[in-house]
Design a protein around this ligand. Structure first.
Ligand code: HEM
Length: 207
């Protein structure tokens, strides 16, 4: 049951935030498409083994998880012993809630925390754990689906970017207001316009 609840909405919600950010930052979208065109080409869809050659796509995923972590308060934890956190004495059996949203936007740790810049993850591959980046939690109870979620998001975003031209439905930026709920949804579901890319019609017609 936990697997179903934790694994169903989190990934699509994150993909929706990612597409919303890309529509508001067409240059980032253009760069992601150029990376895909260069390393995957126009004769097939991106596959998992391609990911090592697609660092910018991974930075876009990281940036999305960083700005809009699907579980912004992780899952409540409980202290098993006396401990001290940030100078506070915490007795055993205390419910502890970690606010990843605030940690990700903490200006003493992250430069320019409110803006969307996938480039901030450049050079941090494999080191992000040391940089207060905890969209999947940390430690023994961290998300067991992190690897799967990263791969599914990678494949979904790569396919959407590779196969379609994307545009906002108006000049106005996509509304990035976050809604309430355990899994952070958008207040307004994303609406966008897309058109199949000429160069990929051949691949699409064989699906
Ligand atoms: C973007 C996608 C996802 C995000 C952001 C996410 C995030 C999280 C977070 C923050 C936690 C709590 C970690 C903690 O409290 O330290 C968690 C727990 C969990 N997640 Fe995910 N998750 C995602 C996708 C998935 C998927 C695809 C699955 C399974 C197929 C999954 C299964 C679980 C389970 C079973 C737990 C509970 C682990 C435990 O209590 O020991 N998650 N996830």
């Amino acid at each position: 049951m936990t697997l179903l609840v934790a694994g169903t909405d989190t990934t699509p919600v994150t993909a929706e935030w990612a597409m919303s950010l890309l529509l508001n930052h067409p240059l980032v979208l253009k760069r992601a498409r150029a990376e895909l065109d260069h390393h995957v080409g126009h004769d097939r869809l991106a596959e998992e083994p391609d990911f090592v050659k697609l660092p910018y796509l991974q930075r876009i995923i990281n940036e999305t998880l960083w700005l809009f972590p699907a579980a912004p308060f992780l899952v409540p934890h409980e202290s098993s012993n006396y401990c001290t956190i940030g100078g506070y004495d915490v007795p055993p059996s205390t419910m502890l809630i970690v606010n990843s949203w605030s940690i990700h936007r903490y200006p003493k740790v992250w430069e320019d925390p409110e803006s969307s810049r996938p480039e901030r993850f450049e050079g941090l591959e494999g080191e992000v754990e040391a940089y207060n980046f905890i969209p999947f939690g940390r430690g023994r109870r961290s998300c067991p689906g992190a690897g799967l979620a990263n791969r599914v998001m990678g494949l979904a975003l790569a396919t959407l970017i590779q196969c379609f031209e994307w545009e906002r439905i108006s000049e106005e930026e996509v509304d990035l207001t976050k809604g309430t709920g355990l899994i952070m949804p958008k207040v307004k579901p994303l609406e966008a316009m897309c058109k199949a890319r000429e160069c990929i019609l051949n691949v699409l017609s064989k699906l």
